[in-house]
Ligand binder design. Structure first.
Ligand code: ARG
Length: 280
């Protein structure tokens, strides 16, 4: 038998929205990673963030910015700013009052980026933290932040089917900490982060998915960004990086640990603005 030729993956140019961590801080604790007694190194956070932005630009992607605002220390986590699919934006509604001040600025910024308009949500959804498009479907997390009613709202507003997944481990409180979309039909995830029905659903939808071990997921390995070929991920998750190489991806490992003090990583700092005609 002749061996299968290696799969050549193609990157597609993306448009991202990011927010500089100028005012990043840990002043309250709304996830188990946050400890307000530990000081935050903002200079380091900004340097790591600038390097991520420069990398996206080097890879040929576009990076839009939103102005950081004082008093909103979690605003750097742009993935939570909304969900943009096919040129239409669903705004964010946060579970915790500490982050509600971010809702209006993100909605205003998305109104300038989403050519098919924005929708102000009625139910709690934390944007791409919990709502991740794969092909023409949206995988939607619940259990800690976004509520199931918001999944139906996302489906209605964005016009695509939504599959609900329930998270069970508080360290993996947003879907994007436990699951990474690699391509239109491929994901990586941490099985233990989900309840049994959600695991069964993921197994049936993605039989060839990559699974990641707890230790790597706890270093936010799954909080990675794929452009279809390059996977920008935190340094040190050898198992995940090897699995990606085996599937024809080019992992790019970077230092991005300062924002971990807030409970976030690379993907949390990145919101994708999907153009009309593109779901993914
Ligand atoms: N401190 C923020 C919070 O708890 C971190 C958000 C991380 N963002 C993400 N997309 N997972 O809400």
């Amino acid at each position: 038998m002749t061996p299968e030729p290696p799969l050549v993956r193609r990157a597609r140019p993306r448009r991202y929205l990011m927010c500089r961590p100028t005012w990043f801080d840990v002043r309250y604790a709304i996830n188990p990673w946050m400890d307000p007694r530990q000081p935050v190194d903002v200079v380091r956070a900004c340097a790591q963030w600038e390097a991520l932005r420069a990398l996206y630009l080097d890879l040929g992607h576009t990076v839009e910015l939103i102005d950081p605002l004082p008093g909103l220390p979690d605003m750097v986590f742009a993935a939570n700013g909304g969900l943009v699919v096919d040129g239409r934006a669903l705004g964010v509604r946060f579970r915790h009052p500490q982050r509600r001040g971010e809702e209006a600025p993100y909605l205003r910024r998305l109104a300038t980026l989403a050519v098919r308009g924005v929708h102000r949500p009625n139910f709690v959804n934390e944007g791409e933290g919990d709502l991740l498009p794969v092909g023409s479907t949206i995988l939607a997390g619940t259990g800690f932040r976004s509520e199931p009613a918001a999944h139906a709202e996302a489906s209605r507003v964005l016009g695509c089917p939504v599959r609900t997944l329930t998270l069970v481990d508080p360290r993996f409180y947003h879907l994007d900490t436990a699951l990474c979309v690699l391509d239109d039909d491929l994901i990586a995830y941490l099985p233990e982060a989900f309840d049994a029905p959600s695991r069964a659903l993921l197994e049936s939808l993605f039989p060839s998915a990559i699974t990641v071990v707890q230790r790597e997921a706890a270093a936010f390995a799954l909080n990675a960004v794929s452009d279809g070929r390059h996977v920008i991920m935190p340094a040190g998750a050898e198992g995940f990086a090897a699995a990606l190489r085996e599937r024809g991806f080019a992992p790019i490992e970077i230092e991005f640990d300062e924002l971990r003090r807030g409970g976030g990583g690379i993907k949390c700092a990145t919101l994708e603005i999907r153009r009309p005609g593109r779901m993914d």
